[in-house]
Structures are given as C-alpha cells and as structure tokens.
Design a protein around this ligand. Structure first.
Ligand code: SF4
Length: 91
C-alpha cells in the first residue's frame, strides 16, 4: 500500500503487499481483502490518524472501514459484500 519511504508503523500494516486497486477500491467486494487485513492489523489507530479519512475526503480502506469521499460506506452492505467475496470481516 505504501510505495515510498514508509513510516515505521507502515511496516507493520497488515495490508502491506496488497494491490493499490484493493486498498483504494470504492466497491465493497473489491475492497474485501483489505478489509479482512484490517481485522488483524496492529496499526489501525496509526492508519486512521495518518489518513484522516473524513478530513481528506478519502476513498478506500482505512482502519477497518471502507470510505467514499470521506464518509464510511454502509457497514451492513460492506459486511455482506465481504462475506460474499469469501471471507469474514472482524472488528
Ligand atoms: S488498518 Fe487496514 S488499511 Fe490501515 S494499515 Fe492496517 S490493514 Fe492497512
């Protein structure tokens, strides 16, 4: 997810190695692998602080949520899409 000069916490991110098209996906089913990674990520707080999704009008996955234009996507719809994509979302 972090192509250049990552901060120390980014080295611990559970989404390291996932495609940017997954991490910055807009559709829940496309974001499912990143959302599953978030469930076990040890740096969720640091991620949310750094990205500040609401303030940055973020699109993609951050801290266990899918964001669109800085707003969290409907959690029930996201959970359903993640389950249908073959995984379970925790957290
Ligand atoms: S909380 Fe999710 S998006 Fe943020 S670094 Fe961890 S795995 Fe990646």
């Amino acid at each position: 997810m972090f192509p250049t000069d990552p901060s120390p916490w980014q080295a611990s991110a559970a989404c390291v190695g996932l495609s940017p098209s997954v991490v910055f996906a807009r559709r829940p089913k496309d974001a499912a692998p990143a959302l599953r990674a978030c469930a076990d990520c040890p740096v969720r707080r640091e991620c949310e602080t750094a990205v500040a999704p609401a303030e940055s009008y973020f699109d993609g996955v951050c801290a266990g949520r899918l964001w669109r234009n800085g707003r969290p996507a409907d959690s029930a719809r996201v959970a359903k899409a993640v389950a249908q994509a073959g995984g379970r979302r925790r957290g």
